[in-house]
Design a protein around this ligand. Structure first.
Ligand SMILES: CC(=O)SCCNC(=O)CCNC(=O)[C@H](O)C(C)(C)COP(=O)(O)OP(=O)(O)OC[C@H]1O[C@@H](n2cnc3c(N)ncnc32)[C@H](O)[C@@H]1OP(=O)(O)O
Length: 232
């Protein structure tokens, strides 16, 4: 008889996104024991899964779980926490929902999730800590940098690139070959037909710049674990 090894997954963030991550993880058949950490006080259980304490307790659980995953919607914070976990020695997996379609020729990096109904096409790269949310698509040869969230129903045409920590809100579209900068928000339902610079919010059809942000990017890899943790 073949006995399949199952594993425990610790999820940081017990909100709606966290519970969706738990669901996807269980659906893969790779994980069979889920527990959460969450900074909400006195939370002991969500959807039948235990909440073991607040985020800062994570080092305690290094030997109790085979993987740890960050399920926080804020792109910058999600990426920082993933880096903290990796520096602390945790295995941070990627999670691919079995009802998504992910090309064998694509790359899905650590801490990224591809949700149900999503498509990642051939030779696309999804870097660390991205959310490829429900029924979205990232087409051939795209490059999606770290910490990006592609919201439900959004589509990225072939050979486009999306910069670090950008957020494509629901039902937005990025034209093929377009470059979207870092720390960009593309508002819901917008269609991007021209390249978008860093640190802006764009909206509409065609999408135009509506807001400009400060541009406070942190080079995460170059700062120490303690410095990173202080920033969280
Ligand atoms: C599983 C899940 O649930 S994943 C979560 C998915 N969530 C989403 O996709 C969030 C969707 N929310 C949006 O798209 C919001 O509109 C946001 C986040 C972009 C709003 O950003 P804000 O900074 O609050 O924008 P604000 O309301 O100040 O609007 C600024 C300007 O953009 C315009 N604008 C905002 N959103 C849109 C939009 N979707 N389409 C067109 N124009 C828009 C406003 O009309 C305003 O224009 P004006 O300056 O000419 O008057």
């Amino acid at each position: 008889m073949v006995v399949r090894k199952m594993s425990g997954l610790l999820i940081l963030g017990a909100g709606g996104h966290g519970r969706t991550v738990a669901d996807a993880a269980l659906m893969t058949g790779i994980w069979d024991r889920i527990a959460f950490l969450d900074d909400k006080e006195d939370l002991e259980e969500v959807s039948g899964f235990p909440v073991l304490g607040q985020f800062n307790l994570f080092p305690r659980f290094l030997n109790d779980f085979d993987g740890a995953f960050v399920a926080i919607g804020n792109n910058d914070l999600r990426l920082k926490l993933i880096i903290v976990l990796q520096h602390a020695g945790f295995n941070v997996p990627s999670i691919i929902h079995p009802h998504s379609s992910v090309s064998k020729r694509s790359k899905i990096a650590a801490g990224s999730i591809v949700m149900a109904g999503a498509v990642v096409n051939t030779d696309a790269t999804i870097e660390r800590g991205c959310i490829i949310n429900t029924c979205s698509s990232v087409d051939h040869d795209c490059y999606v940098q770290e910490g990006v969230h592609i919201s439900p129903g959004s589509h990225v045409g072939g050979t486009a690139s999306i910069g670090r920590c950008s957020w494509l809100c629901m039902n937005s579209c990025i034209g093929n070959n377009r470059k979207v900068g870092k720390n960009v928000i593309v508002a819901a339902g917008s269609i991007v037909i021209k390249d978008v610079p860093d640190d802006v919010m764009v909206a509409g059809i065609p999408a135009i710049i509506k807001k400009r942000f400060g541009g406070d990017h942190i080079e995460h890899e170059n700062i120490s674990l303690s410095a990173l943790y202080e920033r969280i």
